[in-house]
Design a protein. Structure first.
Length: 373
């Protein structure tokens, strides 16, 4: 690690801090993530309510603009910190986390912005693949095409970088709230990534539900390890995002279709496609996780596993009820319900096992001490 990132090892007269306010690039990076959420939710609803689309649409503009903003923000911060390190000036660890030497000490990159920049670069590559896909087939017929899954995974990497950036400022309220809100955004967007396994047919398990349980619980347990009652707060934020997009998605699709003069599909019900993938029971699951982990310590290693398993069972068992509420669907066979609930519980236990140390690692992104100028 490049020690010039936080000023350690430098003479006192050479550690005058740079004047970048950590909250400003963090806010821009978070705005980029939410721009992707708006564009992707809008685009998926368009596929559901209107039909296939071409590459050059307004929702796609939001999607690719989000990666561009994230990439330029990460690159700008990396160049600023690199210049500061070479000039012998201190870079506060609250600006994106600990500094990492890239290509030796050619660049000094704060961890959070480095991750976000790598996600943006990957997004660009998958975007070129998506452009080729459109030029080859003319339009998108399905949402879970290979380039789309790659785009969502790249956006996930950007969002992980955003979480680290806010976690580095944990000493401030905006840092703690921003980290949990970024985790909530990750939880809601991960439900789309789970569509990558919807064609998997192994047993009677509905794998999208089980994988959704894994991702959501992993992020909520991370929140619990990062902050007191973090799982519940993350769940509340995620439910709030779900509520906003529940209204926004059908409205945006219909308004844009009217604007470009395209008809809506016949007999559409106006069900918000992306928000419907998010479990309705996030807040009870968050409370269960926080209550069980409230007194957990190094000796209680099984509590995160138990919390994750219970949360997964709740998500898996409640899913048929959610399908009935949203789609007026019929109750699936008992074997499907049991198999899905068991699979979600097993993956939830794994998420609990992984999530707690990830949450503790997230706390380490914040500087442990202030370095005086």
């Amino acid at each position: 690690m490049d020690l010039t990132a936080n000023g350690r090892g430098l003479p006192a007269e050479a550690t005058a801090p740079i004047t970048v306010r950590p909250w400003l690039p963090a806010a821009i990076l978070f705005a980029a993530s939410m721009t992707f959420a708006v564009g992707s939710t809008w685009d998926i609803q368009w596929h559901t309510d209107v039909g296939p689309d071409t590459f050059f649409t307004l929702p796609h503009l939001f999607i690719y603009a989000s990666a561009a903003v994230a990439g330029f923000t990460g690159l700008t911060v990396i160049l600023i910190t690199t210049a500061a390190g070479r000039a012998g000036r201190r870079v506060d660890g609250e600006l994106g986390g600990p500094g990492i030497g890239v290509f030796g000490r050619t660049f000094t990159a704060p961890l959070g912005y480095m991750v976000a920049a790598l996600g943006a670069a990957s997004f660009l590559l998958y975007g070129l693949w998506d452009l080729w896909w459109h030029s080859l087939y003319g339009f998108d017929a399905i949402i879970d095409s290979p380039p789309h899954i790659g785009l969502f995974l790249s956006s996930t990497v950007i969002s992980v970088g955003t979480v680290i950036v806010f976690a580095a400022a944990r000493a401030h309220r905006w840092g703690r709230v921003g980290a949990l809100f970024a985790l909530a955004h990750l939880a809601t967007s991960s439900t789309v990534t789970a569509l990558a396994v919807q064609r998997l047919s192994v047993g009677s398990v509905r794998w999208t539900v089980a994988v959704t349980a894994f991702m959501v619980i992993l992020l909520m347990v991370v929140g619990a390890g990062f902050e007191r009652w973090g799982a519940t707060v993350t769940a509340v934020f995620a439910s709030g995002i779900q509520g906003v997009f529940w209204w926004f998605a059908p409205w945006a699709a219909r308004t844009y279709a009217d604007f470009v003069g395209l008809p809506m599909r016949e007999h559409i019900r106006g069900i918000p496609a992306t928000p419907a993938l998010i479990p309705f029971c996030l807040i009870p699951v968050g409370i269960v996780i926080d209550v069980l982990l409230r007194r957990a310590d190094a000796r209680a290693r099984l509590l995160p596993v138990l919390a994750g398993a219970l949360g997964g069972a709740i998500i898996g068992g409640f899913n048929p009820v959610q399908q009935i509420i949203i789609y007026d669907a019929h109750l699936p066979r008992a074997t499907v319900i049991v198999a899905t609930t068991v699979a979600a519980a097993v993956l939830g236990a794994l998420a609990g096992y992984l999530g707690r140390p990830f949450g503790e690692m997230l706390r380490l992104a914040a500087p442990s001490e202030k370095v005086s100028a």
